[in-house]
Design a binder for this molecule. Structure first.
Ligand SMILES: NC(=O)c1ccc[n+]([C@@H]2O[C@H](COP(=O)([O-])OP(=O)(O)OC[C@H]3O[C@@H](n4cnc5c(N)ncnc54)[C@H](OP(=O)(O)O)[C@@H]3O)[C@@H](O)[C@H]2O)c1
Length: 289
């Protein structure tokens, strides 16, 4: 039996969709009954919390492989470590960990938290595969589309930094293949999208698919900090996001290579395909009416 944690989240939902193509029955871990009620066909929903070890052991009963993902919160290290301990205690055979690009070479922000979990996992002696994806394409709609719809612009302290965004669906394909261990056991994969683009370039591409002029406005880091705090975001999150952008400005997210394509066995989703599929998200009401 395969267990997908974080089943209500962005990556978790994509994982359920992908596992369903391979397995008639599998298990998804949820925290709330409301989310569990949305489990897709074939998914046996279990209720558990990463902070409740007894619930984790119940969820892992009879499970051979576990996919571990948690929200990017400061408690991630402790919570995912609990999951790894429960895997060990429950006799799980293989663990696939959703980490992040930079866990290997950036000592700040979310990557530094993921690094600690990677080290924990390696120390247990469990069979593992670690996935270090670059920024998700889905962030573009989640974070940029609201101000694009409203003002025709998105704002970030990113300068001309390039990022090779990856589609969550491609992360899920690699993650599901990795759950069966085999050649993926003991591997750490940096998952990079097929093309690195700057926000200036992204604005041009969005303009094309949306049929309206979209601008990227490079703002000072202090202005972005004030804007995020003004929106009510907690201090820790603002700090982590700005430090992640510093990593990008240093060129950390600009790499591309052929690994993703070879792991998928086909071409990865491109940024243009993603933008085309989500074109309506960037149009204002007048334009989309
Ligand atoms: N966004 C990016 O570009 C990017 C790139 C690389 C790596 N990552 C990493 O990918 C992960 C984010 O994935 P995502 O977007 O799928 O996150 P998400 O949508 O926030 O989903 C996180 C999942 O974790 C669950 N969860 C949180 N706390 C839990 C707890 N105490 N017990 C049980 N479940 C718990 C959530 O359940 P509830 O629904 O109940 O809260 C949810 O199902 C992060 O670790 C992030 O650092 C993100």
């Amino acid at each position: 039996m395969i267990l997908i944690t974080g089943a209500s989240g962005n990556v978790g939902k994509a994982m359920l969709h992908e596992v369903a193509r391979k397995e008639p029955r599998f298990r998804g871990m949820y925290r709330s009954k409301e989310e569990a009620a949305k489990a897709p066909a074939g998914c046996e929903a279990v209720l558990a919390d990463f902070s409740d070890k007894a619930s984790l052991r119940k969820a892992m009963d009879g499970v051979a492989a576990v996919y571990v993902v948690c929200s990017p919160i400061p408690q991630l290290v402790e919570l995912e470590s609990n999951v790894i301990d429960a895997c060990k205690e429950s006799g799980v055979k293989h663990v696939v960990l959703n980490s992040a690009l930079g866990a290997g070479d950036y000592g700040k922000s979310f990557p530094s938290w993921h690094r600690k979990v990677e080290e924990k996992l390696k120390s247990t002696g469990l069979s593992y595969t670690i996935l270090q994806p670059n920024g998700f394409m889905q962030n573009i709609v989640a974070f940029y589309a609201p101000s694009i719809r409203k003002e025709g612009a998105f704002y970030q302290a990113m300068g001309d930094a390039k990022v090779s965004h990856i589609d969550i669906g491609d992360v899920a394909v690699v993650a599901v293949k990795s759950l069966y261990a085999g050649e993926h056991a003991g591997k750490t994969y940096q998952l990079l999208g097929p093309e690195a683009v700057s926000n200036e370039e992204l604005a041009k591409r969005i303009s094309k698919v949306a049929g309206r002029t979209v601008r990227f406005v490079d703002i000072p880091e202090s202005a972005q900090r004030d804007a995020m705090l003004g929106l009510g975001m907690p201090e820790w999150q603002v700090k982590a996001l700005l430090e992640l952008q510093q990593y990008y400005r240093q060129g950390g997210g600009a790499k591309t290579d052929g690994l993703l394509k070879s792991l998928l066995g086909h071409d990865p989703a491109t940024i243009d395909q993603y933008l085309q599929a989500n074109a309506k998200e960037f149009r204002d009401q007048a334009a989309s009416a």
